[in-house]
Design a protein around this ligand. Structure first.
Ligand code: FE
Length: 194
């Protein structure tokens, strides 16, 4: 890289650091404050959280109703404080499958899904998820039966989504914590069936 490299040519980490330096120089926050916010954001962020919500919804129909009506309030019932945006939970059925994307950048409920995978942030995924969801899904190994409709949800800073997958067959006898272990991060995004 030359000394005249434009901002847009720098790696993301370097661009973020430049932004942080400007925030600090402007007196808006200190380095320590920024570190604290990031540590708090990622400390408890894990797809295990989203999986717990799904397992509860599978075992408790009343919770499922509340979850679909108001994701933030239902998440709070399980101790997950989801704030700063509206959480909308979209449920798969035998007739429909849901897929999440942020066409603009990479909006995503980090606290419930963990840091977003690089493919979620990639231009290819963001461009193709809406245009050819069935092809994208097949690349993830998801082949839906004919007639299953795919809904693609475009997240934003204000509204973010979580997929409620179908409960797999053969899990009837399982307890909630065992069920949660069946749920994957990709299942919560819609690039896996569970
Ligand atoms: Fe985004």
């Amino acid at each position: 890289m030359t000394g005249t490299a434009g901002h847009e040519e720098l790696p993301v980490a370097a661009r973020v650091r430049r932004l942080e330096e400007r925030v600090i120089a402007a007196g808006l926050a200190t380095d320590d404050e920024l570190d604290e916010v990031l540590a708090g954001l990622f400390a408890d962020a894990s797809p295990v959280n989203g999986a717990r919500i799904v397992a509860r919804a599978w075992t408790d129909p009343a919770f499922r109703e509340r979850l679909l009506a108001d994701g933030n309030a239902a998440a709070a019932e399980l101790g997950f404080a989801v704030s700063g945006y509206r959480l909308r939970v979209v449920a798969n059925t035998t007739q429909s499958h849901n897929l999440l994307v942020c066409t603009l950048c990479s909006c995503y409920p980090v606290s419930l899904l963990g840091p977003s995978p690089s493919w979620y942030k990639s231009f290819a995924y963001r461009a193709r998820a809406v245009r050819e969801p069935r092809a994208v899904l097949s690349e993830f190994g998801v082949r839906l039966p004919e007639g299953v409709e795919i809904s693609v949800w475009d997240a934003s800073a204000e509204t973010r989504y979580l997929v409620l997958p179908n409960r797999p067959a053969g899990t009837e006898g399982l307890a909630e914590d065992e069920l949660a272990r069946h749920v994957t991060r990709n299942g919560l995004i819609g690039t896996a069936t569970v």
